[in-house]
Structures are given as C-alpha cells and as structure tokens.
Write a new protein. Structure first.
Length: 409
C-alpha cells in the first residue's frame, strides 16, 4: 500500500493559477467518486481551500499513478505547463506534510487554525461519498489529533490569526483606520462571517449581503446589518471598504457594474475568494485599492514562535511514529492471528493425547480444552507482541516469518 498526494498552494502558485484547480464542496464530492473508480486506488480525499488544493490517494505499491493527469481530467484542463506549480509527495514525506499542515505550520499565516477544520471537513466529505479507506481515515484522524495537540501545547499564533485579521493589521500599519468606516461583506459563509465579525470588532459599521431566498433564515454576526445580495451595487457607493468572500464561480463585482457609480475618493476592495470574486481590472481604477488572498502574509517569526515550532515538530514526530506503527502492524496482524491459531491447534493435539488417558466426563474434557484454547491464545499473543515491542521492525518481521515456517504445510 502506498500513500500519494499532489498539491498546489499559495507558496507555489498565484491565486489565478490556484483558481483553475479549485473545487466547490459539491464538485469535490463528485470528483472523489470518479477518482475512486480509477484502477488500483483504494481511497482518496480532496482538500480544497482558498490557499491550496491537494488530492490524496492510497493505492497499490506497483501502480503507476499520475495524480496530476487525474486532476486535469477532472477539471478539464489540457495545459501541461501547469504541472510545474504542483508538488508530489509519497508515503512518509506525504504523511509528514499532512501532520505539519494540520498543525498550522504550512499556512500562509503561521498557526492559523482554519486549516484544521478544513482537513476535518475534507475527511467528512470523503466519508459521505464513501471514498476514504482505512489508511487515509487513520492518517487524517491522527493528523487532526496532532493539530489539536499543537494548538494546546505549542500555540503558534496569538489572538486572531485569520486572513481578514492580517488584512486589518496590514491596513492599519499603512495608516488606514477601520474604526468608523462603512463596510460591506459580500458572502455569509465561514470566511464572510469571520470577516464581518473582525471588522465589527475593529469598530466598523458592517453590512452583510445574503441571498434573497435565504434572507429569512441566515444568521449574521451580532451587531451587523443585512441587505439582499441583489442590492449590493446600490449600497456600494456608501462604503469605504468592501470584502467579498463567496464560493461563487462568477465575479460578484465586475468592472462594467462600476461604469455609472460615483465612488468615494478611496475604496478598499478585499477579495478573499478562490476563484476570485472581484474582477482584477477594477484594481486599475485610481480610486480603488484592490487586494487579494496573496496580499497579506507575514514571514517574520518571533523567538516565542520559534520555540513553539520546535515543540510542534516534536509532536508531529511522535504522532507520525504512532501512525506508522499502526500502518506496519496493519499488514502483520492477520499473520499473527494465523500463527496463534496454528499454535493453539498444535497444543490441542498434544493435550488431547494426554486427556484421553485421563478419566473425566466428556463435557469436563470439552470445557478444559476450551479453557486451554483461550489461555494458549493469550500466551501466544503476549509472546509475539512482546517481541514487537522489544525489537526493531525489521527483526520482528523476520521473527514472524520464522514462526510462519514452523506451521507451513
């Protein structure tokens, strides 16, 4: 069994390239079902976020598998030059990547914990579509466990590490004060709610758009107002700052929609979506400052964060060792069970000869043999698993192979 993954992220490709390979939740589910039907693939999981797209697969060791070609078929992409933006990983390198990712060590903003939820959601979606297998199931669950442990024992971020918070901090460092500004947030998903809440906490007057057919049931952050999505262009000239964070495949703000609008002297547009929500051409207008997902990040690491990173790496190493102990034991356990059964049968044949010469009732003889079976099985398990705990994996497997030869026909 081999674990393979292919990925593209904010560090390897700009937002427009990442957008070509992004999946919505619905499309990801359909894509995983198609991928699962590829010969030799036992399980697959797709992780698609604003900053990254990753495809994970467990498959036969001798299978020649190009996940990039699989991805291109799923997305209808024929341009081979995009492959340079992707990285492929296998087995321990792939597992290490997922553990570090879940811990927030590979995020655009170090220590942000949204990725932990996104990894859990990706696994849950794979479960819903019956595309995960036992290997990916355990790998993703243990990565999430590592991420939670890092969050509590080696926190990498303090306060709110979200992209919108980073954007607010960046704007403040440029002399732009959010307090008292009129803001509109387009989109009321997870990212939109976080954006609205962050702006509200910074002292802004915040209005959130909701789809008309949902306006009666959708909750918005406390202290924010709401308007129907269709009214956004009428409200926009009143705004100082607009955030768009939807899962729409189309632009929420297009250049042509601004042709008859009278805008304030300076309008800040924050596009927090992948694919883009805001048409890039709007950034060329002199009264507009347009930022996207790649505009805000910090590469500075404090001494406190360096110590947390060291602790986080220790946690990752411990969790990875536990995962590979499980993975290696997964194949050998059926062999141990067969050895135990053969050893118990061997003991029974020897004891039966003695019991036949021992005067006792038949039912007592049967009860005794059943008790011996149970005890013998426990003794064999103790011996073999004791060897596993005291020997390195290679020597232990040699011992198992030797025990198997004892009972070869």
């Amino acid at each position: 069994m081999t674990i393979s993954m292919i990925g593209i992220d904010h560090g390897r490709a700009p937002v427009d390239i990442r957008a070509l390979f992004a999946f919505t939740k619905k499309n990801a589910g359909e894509a995983m079902e198609k991928l699962k039907h590829t010969a030799g693939i036992h399980g697959c999981v797709i992780l698609s976020t604003c900053n990254r797209l990753e495809i994970w697969a467990s498959h036969e060791e001798d299978q020649e598998l190009s996940l990039y070609q699989c991805l291109c078929r799923l997305k209808g992409v024929q341009e081979v030059s995009y492959e340079k933006y992707f990285v492929t990983r296998k087995d321990k390198e792939a597992a290490a990547h997922l553990f570090y990712l879940a811990g927030g060590l590979k995020s655009q903003i170090l220590g942000e914990d949204q990725i932990l939820t996104q990894i859990k959601d990706a696994l849950n979606l794979a479960r819903e579509h019956f595309t995960s297998d036992s290997v990916l199931e355990v790998l993703f669950r243990m990565a999430v466990t590592a991420g939670k442990k890092i969050k509590t024992e080696a926190p990498l971020a303090h306060g709110n590490p979200s992209v919108i918070h980073q954007a607010v901090c960046s704007l403040k460092s440029q002399g732009y004060e959010i307090k008292g500004k009129t803001c509109m947030v387009i989109g009321n998903g997870e990212m939109g709610k976080v954006a609205a809440q962050t702006l509200r906490e910074a002292g802004a007057d915040v209005t959130v758009t909701v789809r008309q057919y949902r306006s009666g049931i959708v909750e918005i952050p406390e202290g924010c107002k709401r308007i129907n999505y269709g009214e956004r262009m009428e409200y926009l000239p009143k705004c100082d700052l607009v955030v768009s964070a939807t899962a729409s495949p189309n632009f929420t703000l297009r250049e042509e929609q601004f042709s008859d609008l009278t805008l304030p002297e300076e309008l800040i547009l924050l596009d927090l979506a992948v694919p883009r929500d805001i048409e890039p051409a709007l950034g060329k207008r002199k009264e507009i400052r347009l930022y996207d997902m790649d505009s805000f990040h910090s590469s500075e690491i404090s001494s406190e964060q360096s110590e947390s990173i060291r602790k986080a790496e220790q946690i990752v190493e411990e969790q990875m060792e536990e995962f590979y102990q499980w993975l290696e034991g997964r194949d050998v356990i059926p062999r141990i069970q067969e050895i135990r059964e053969d050893a118990v049968q061997d003991l029974n044949l020897r004891i039966e000869k003695i019991l036949k010469k021992t005067p006792m009732e038949q039912k007592d003889r049967e009860s005794l043999l059943e008790a011996v079976d149970t005890a013998a099985g426990k003794v064999v398990n103790k011996l073999i698993f004791g060897l596993r705990d005291s020997l390195n994996q290679e020597v232990f497997l040699e011992c198992v192979a030797g025990l198997e030869k004892l009972y070869e026909d």
